[in-house]
Design a protein around this ligand. Sequence first.
Ligand code: DQQ
Length: 707
Amino acid sequence: MFDSAVRIGFLHAAALSPEQHAAREWCEAVAPVVERVSLPEVASGSVDLDRYDALWWHRDAVLESPEIGAAAPEIYEYVERGGGLLLSLRALRAVSELGVDPIAPDATGVEEADVPTGYLLKSIYADRGVFEEFDGLRVATCEPGQEAPYARYERVLPERGEPLGGGIHGEEDRFHQLPLVSWRVGEGSVLGAGSALAFDGPADGEPATDRSRLVGSLLATLARGEHLGTPRPRSGEGLTAMRERLDGDPQRPSYHLTPPANWLNDPNGLIEWNDRYHVFYQYNPGGPMHGTIHWGHAVSDDLVHWEDEPVALSPSPDGPDRDGCWSGCAIDDDGTPTLLYTGGRGRSQLPCRATTTDPGLRTWEKDPNNPIIPEPPADLEVIASEHWEAEFRDHCVWREDGRWQQLIGAGIDGEGGAVLRYTGDDLSDWEYAGPLLIGDWEGAGGMWECPELLDLGETQLLHVSNYEDVIYFLGGVEDGRFRVETRALLDHGDLYAPQSLFGDDRYLLWGWIPEARDERAQWEAGWSGTLSVPRELSAENGELRQRPAPELEALRRSHARHVDLDVADGRREFDVRGRSLELRATLRSDAEEAGIGVFESPDGVERTSIRLTDGELIVGREDSSLAESVVSPRRMPIDDLARPIELRAFLDGSTLELFVNERRCLSTRVYPTRPDSDGLSVYARDGRALFEEFELWELGSAWDADP
Ligand code: DQQ
């Protein structure tokens, strides 16, 4: 594990505790040279830290601040010159005092579990030296019954550190407890391992062996001057490099917007600025789970090819957005790009504002007066939930008759989901102007998130997301209230929390298509969530039209076209195979069922079916994946649609988006596991299906700027 001449400096503040004794003894048994280094002596300048290949501070007692005091600059400079520092258990809290990270772990305590506990390694780093040694991502390092003090990030993230892993508690994964973090400081590195380490206990058994392997490899890596993981990616290029680590994942969409790694949910702040399209999105840099939400950022010149930009908004440790920068919108305030978003802190969520003068919209200044609306309307019974004292969030803003208008999503106790309307002379001073619409609890849900009002010319469209579906209403606003004429689902699959961009006389809408696999599978993949392709929205004859943005055609590569494909009671396979495809089918059928098989393995073991009957389009997912994932079908009524059926399908890794007759959409997720699950077929059962036209294109990647 260690090179023969390695010298470890074992830091301590005062007399060693039994746990520190045990740790030092263990270290002496595995490393060639281990010397005690007292922090007061470091502070007095009498120790030459450069003697050591790595320093280790393993501390079980509560860290009193300021404990390191004058030793901090010495240690910081040692690391900066190329040294390595391991901080374990509560020593991890010293990162702020050492100047390594302004944000210290927010959770400390002592844990004693009746199951083995340990570390849940991040899959994107699984091939890195230290982690490579383990068989899988779950590493138990602490025996049941052992007391282990801890320090870890739970509700906040380090600002400069890159989380390398979460925790395990027996069979349970603890995605939100992040004890394993790496920092790059100048030429050197700091590693933190803040939990599940107790040397003062059994020295054999599996957890003891894995504890030795883990701590030994962390120290050995530091001593060799190697960097573990990446530094927290700051630049667009850094994020793209992280993205490239996931390139080999066949379930990862290639032309849909995905996070570089980690978690994505709602699209936010869509804006065209200086001739570039900006898409921000809810992003957790901590891992592929919802939490510690930042705003990720991608930019495009053509709506098709995207580049990663640095994270645009991060929670401020002292701000009203400490626990998350939730969804919001971007506005052109007379030449000043402005974001209105929801800040979360403790049990409250309140509107916040940020502006920029950066033409690339990369850096944002938060309004020092945030939150700009201090509480939900006092005369409304806004519902509370387990997490929130009032469900009050997400923003849609526009200017009308010289005044700003704002919509915020909420739920009213005993009534239903609500869209609340505010007006203002400027974007920081708002007055409540009553509900735009309150729904019925039974029919449309108790809470409406992400409301958006769009003016489609002949009608207005209001959409809201009610935890399950995106419901849209067509109608108009009269005296500040929305008059509903029709109501329907924007998507019959899993699209959620969409937002639109207005430009060139049209609305383009993106939505979040969440994962349908469980959290463990998402952790193993290293990423979660994708946005839909952009959809053009319009109204014709009182009906909503949704069509893929024509710009997507720029992704088309090889093409195949079949005319009058007649399938009677049978199946026909295509030569073209692929996981990133666009299909266009014009279908007349008198069969009981006709359809298209996609993501098919040659033996048909894996297969997703797009089935059309007279009345319904059904996406059959029962055979989509050999892995455990969702199998329930997704259904959409089509009985009222004109024939022939015009179907457009976008397949991409694990994403399937369907547009029927430019009227109805269904977006969902499937997870073929086999590399050869990339086949395509058409079929008919009990009757004849005529595909008057069947076209397919292989599509290029969104991240390939020069395809
Ligand atoms: N996602 C955001 C909220 C919004 C929800 C939090 C909808 O602002 O209400 O990540 O998915």
